[in-house]
Design a binder for this molecule. Structure first.
Ligand code: UT7
Length: 359
């Protein structure tokens, strides 16, 4: 046995998106927006939305089973489940235990992380710390989101959007949906998973560094005003009436902060682990807006072959973006053994950071 320090490697990954594709044109049936507005500003062409009754634990189960299958492992081989989401199945308990139960696990601990778009990065840091400490040898980490639950319109409006009803959309809801169009067009549903495990071989593979930061002073740049225990009761009819359960986003501020802080975090994690930017094979970024990612790429001076984005197909899937984009990059042959891969994200909190792994 080698005396090399233990590292955490990505043994496998898996992803899953619900089958219902919603194009920009379909969204424009229920609010005043166009493909011509959405694509140049965000890069998003379509997203996936779940059927009602499908929650993130169900999406996560599909992604987790795919990751386990690729690793040739059974759920019982997992020591800890870590679940990152900002759209849990229930207010409580968290979706981690629900996922574990779906996988047939009845005593395996399951931890929930609610750090929004930085949730998966936080999960990586948590899993890495648990594995390197020796507490667990193998962790199933998932990010899964069902943003469609945040959309407040009734099923009759969904029917118009999905083409199950000829329309037109109810005028009251058309106006209300238009009032939230800057957010409604951005998000999608999906899940991604990784099986992370201990590597004691000293072969240089594994996570080389993870930095994560929080500045809670920016909490109100991106948050949901209604539905919290600061209010009594924690949900009121007035909150729904005033659309207080819909996230508020200071879009331009978040755009600016993401474009500034993600490259900084990437540089910091590279420097802390003694690697140069030129050594990076691929940078995987949170998928909130293609223009943010193009800005990060420009600031870092990375050529196109060193980045990979899939927001065009899925929109922003919050905690699921990094494992989804990682899994697709692997499947596309963009990540092979020995590759130096960077991860970066920023989101509500404000939480942001970066990670570096030798695959
Ligand atoms: O993961 C972290 C979470 N992600 C974010 O917070 C996203 C970061 N921010 C962004 O991606 C961009 O700020 C947005 C894409 C959200 C918005 O782009 P923008 O260029 O900052 O637009 P804006 O919100 O300043 O709005 C400009 C105009 C407004 O019209 P007026 O007031 O100038 O007449 C909006 O009403 O564009 C209008 N607009 C739209 N028009 C058609 C906003 N959303 C839409 C829409 N369709 N979907």
């Amino acid at each position: 046995m080698s005396n090399a320090p233990r590292t955490t490697v990505i043994r496998s990954s898996g992803s899953y998106v619900p089958p219902q594709v919603v194009t920009n044109e379909m969204i424009s049936r229920i609010m005043d927006t166009t493909d011509e507005w959405i694509v140049p500003r965000t890069g998003i062409r379509e997203r996936r939305f779940c059927a009602p009754g499908v929650g993130p634990a169900e999406l996560a189960e599909h992604a987790a089973r795919r990751a386990l299958e690729k690793a040739g492992l059974a759920p019982s081989d997992i020591g800890l489940v870590v679940f990152a989401t900002m759209t849990p199945d229930h207010y409580f308990p968290g979706s981690g235990g629900l996922l574990a139960a779906r996988l047939g696990l009845t005593t395996t601990p399951a931890l929930d992380i609610r750090m929004q778009c930085a949730g998966f990065l936080s999960g990586l840091q948590t899993a890495d710390a648990f594995i390197r400490s020796g507490a667990f040898d193998r962790v199933l980490l998932v990010g899964a989101e069902v943003h469609s639950g945040l959309m407040p319109w009734p099923e009759s409006v969904w029917d118009v959007m999905l083409g199950r009803s000829p329309g037109p959309c109810d005028a009251y809801w058309y106006e209300r949906a238009t009032g939230m169009r800057d957010r409604a067009v951005l998000f999608g549903d999906g899940a991604g998973a990784m099986v992370l495990e201990a590597n004691d071989s000293g072969d240089g593979r594994g996570f080389l560094g993870i930095v994560l930061k929080t500045d809670g002073n920016h909490w109100d740049k991106l948050y949901v005003p209604g539905g919290g225990c600061k209010s009594r009761p924690y949900f009121t009819p007035a909150m729904f009436e005033s659309l207080g359960t819909i996230p508020i986003v200071e879009g331009r501020q978040v755009f600016r902060l993401a474009s500034l802080l993600m490259p900084e975090a990437v540089r910091e994690v590279l420097a802390a682990s003694g690697h140069a930017l030129e050594e990076l094979h691929l940078l995987l970024m949170h998928q909130a807006n293609l223009r943010i990612n193009e800005s990060v790429q420009r600031v870092l001076g990375l050529p196109d072959e060193k980045v990979f984005n899939n927001i065009q197909k899925y929109g922003n899937t919050t905690a699921a973006t990094l494992p989804l984009v990682y899994d697709e990059a692997v499947e596309a042959g963009r990540i092979g053994p020995g590759a130096l891969v960077g991860f970066t994200a920023l989101g509500a909190g404000l939480h942001w950071g970066a990670a570096l792994a030798r695959i």
